[in-house]
Ligand binder design. Structure first.
Ligand SMILES: [Zn+2]
Length: 288
């Protein structure tokens, strides 16, 4: 059943979205006891949007006040309802500048405040809450998380998920930065992390560290695959079956994106050399 009350001042509303399988839904959250912040204006589907608006209006009818809408980042399964909700509910959108820059023009006009690292959002109520903005790029250039010190609750967007995996794509992702930000989340020592996909995560520190370990394991396999192909090097497509030999082939198209993000990090670190083949300008990789 939705919405779900996670506590007196926190509720979760999962809505169907065009997200990456096996996930099918994106979680939106309402934070705060009197002032209410809505996080993830996610769904683009009309019937789901109607249900979301009904939920948001029910919060208001209980004497609460919607103060803002925050998308954690610009991906389509996070901002599909942004313009509609802002307009229908009369609530401004607060987003990181890099997120705002990637929104459709109509949605961009709804943004009235740019969120940046260290900003705080004070939500008044019986027990006021202060949510701190953490700028956590890596998965997406404008990705932000929110952290409340008293309840040690973290809104983590697409930094981790309890359903599916997090894609770090080479175009707008940054593997190196993603790992740094995961470590920063681990150091929060949060009691609970609320992801955009899947169930709330109790004691999430271990999971953040598991994600880091998993990526470093994969990085080692990527480096090893480059080493195996020898001095002539290979392109990304031919490295996938080696670096992802433990992954079913139907996932290799997605794996290739991750592999390219790993390669970009290894190249930046000077551990792998990227060169262009003279005949067809294809990029290929070899060890230093
Ligand atoms: Zn995303």
């Amino acid at each position: 059943m939705r919405p779900r009350e996670l506590s007196a001042t926190l509720s979760l509303f999962p809505a169907k979205t065009p997200t990456l399988p096996p996930a099918t839904h994106t979680n939106s959250y309402a934070l705060g006891g009197r002032d209410v912040l809505l996080v993830e204006p996610a769904t683009p589907y009309e019937s789901e949007q109607r249900a979301f608006i009904e939920w948001a209006r029910s919060l208001v009818s209980h004497g609460r006040k919607l103060v803002g809408i925050v998308p954690t980042h610009h991906h389509r399964d996070h901002v599909g309802g942004l313009a509609t909700f802002s307009r229908e509910l009369g609530v401004p959108v607060w987003a990181h500048e890099e997120t705002a820059a990637r929104l459709e023009p109509e949605a961009r006009t709804c943004v009235t405040r740019f969120l940046a690292e260290g900003d705080t959002i004070l939500l008044d109520g019986l027990r006021p809450e202060t949510w701190r903005v953490l700028f956590t790029p890596g998965h997406a250039p404008g990705h932000v998380c929110l952290f409340e010190e008293h309840t040690r609750t973290a809104i983590v967007g697409d930094m981790v998920a309890s359903v599916g995996t997090i894609l770090i794509a080479p175009d707008e992702g940054d593997m190196e930065r993603y790992l740094v930000e995961l470590e920063r989340l681990a150091q929060l020592n949060a009691f609970v992390a609320l992801p955009a996909h899947g169930e709330p995560i109790d004691e999430p520190t271990q999971l953040f560290r598991k994600y880091i370990d998993h990526r470093l394991m994969r990085e080692a396999k990527v480096l090893e695959s480059v080493r195996k192909v020898g001095p002539n090097g290979a392109d990304a497509a031919s490295l996938v079956p080696v670096a992802y030999d433990d992954t079913p082939p139907h996932l290799w198209p997605l794996a290739k994106l991750s592999l390219e993000a790993h390669l970009a990090k290894l190249v930046r670190e000077g551990r792998v050399i990227a060169a262009h083949r003279a005949t067809d300008a294809a990029e290929f990789f070899r060890v230093v």
